[in-house]
Design a protein around this ligand. Structure first.
Ligand SMILES: [Zn+2]
Length: 298
């Protein structure tokens, strides 16, 4: 009798296991998060240690950054202490219904119609290990556990939850700990400040770490790969860097067009004149830049 019950349940059980295993494989940056993935809490454990981490912010493909507000915006409240509590993100002025897009490729961890003071909320985990959080939306346009590309529409701006005006409350987090988005993003210019984020002793800094720090990271990485690599390596290798640090910080020879780009912006960002850009790319100043197009810089 018991056997029959097992047989009847078998396909459902198998389906559940298959779904789960595919699912676990697809968790972005799972190496950082001890394979944890849930749809319920913005902060789901204390994983950040004093170790050093180097995260890629702007690698071609999965780590290309797009500013989350499509329309022009103004910083109306910075990250930091506010009214006796910590304001864990930046407030960017928006009008009702303005498009909010994913900052990097990733998987939607939370898409909530109401989440405490955040109101309608989206949280995305990215391949580079960061999570981004978008709050006070008037509409959530994505579903949990689905993948999005940088620049994909994820919601519309609003003032749901604890908000006194239409705006996007935007957070950047690593291992569930929020840090100031202005550490890595120039909000006025809507661009990244650096291609890497360095985290050490729970402090967040833009830019590749110093050469000596890099050397330590690689040593740790190697000792992680070959456990008995050396007897004199530091013992805390388990928490050390997982993603290789990009070395050297190479000068970019081309730029890939993302939403919101124009020749003026690219010219300013890389210090190459518009006329030179037009010449080497065989284009006119008035040409429309198609998304994903490679613009040569030299
Ligand atoms: Zn806010």
């Amino acid at each position: 009798m018991k056997r029959n019950i097992h047989l009847i349940n078998y396909p459902f059980w198998l389906l559940a296991v298959l779904t789960m295993s595919v699912y676990a494989q697809d968790i972005p940056a799972k190496q950082y998060y001890q394979n944890s993935w849930n749809n319920t809490n913005t902060h789901s454990g204390y994983l950040l240690t004093n170790s050093q981490y180097t995260l890629c912010l702007n690698t071609e493909g999965e780590n290309t950054f797009v500013f989350p507000c499509v329309k022009a915006t103004k910083l109306i409240s910075p990250y930091g202490p506010r009214g006796g509590r910590m304001h864990t993100g930046v407030d960017l002025k928006q009008n009702l219904g303005d498009s909010i897009v994913a900052a990097w490729d990733g998987c939607v961890r939370m898409a909530k119609e109401s989440y405490y003071g955040y109101g309608k909320l989206v949280v995305i985990r990215h391949a580079n290990g960061l999570e981004t959080l978008y709050a006070h939306l008037s509409k959530v346009c994505v579903k949990e556990n689905t993948f999005v590309k940088a620049g994909d529409l994820i919601g519309l701006a609003g003032r749901t939850g604890r908000a006194t005006t239409e705006h996007l409350h935007f957070e950047t987090r690593f291992l569930y700990e929020p840090f100031n988005p202005a550490t890595i993003i120039n909000i006025d210019k809507r661009m990244l400040i650096s291609d890497t984020l360095s985290v050490h002793n729970k402090k967040f800094k833009a830019g590749a770490p110093a050469v000596t720090d890099n050397a330590i990271s690689y040593k740790q990485m190697l000792s992680d790969l070959f456990e008995d690599f050396s007897t004199d390596t530091t013992p805390s290798v388990k928490d050390s860097i997982v993603m290789p640090a990009p070395v050297p910080p190479a000068k970019k020879t081309y730029h890939i067009v993302v939403k919101g780009d124009n020749l003026y912006k690219i010219s300013k960002c890389y210090g190459v004149s518009i006329s030179k850009l037009c010449k080497i790319n065989n284009m006119k100043e008035t040409d429309i830049l198609s998304l994903g197009r490679k613009i040569k810089l030299e």
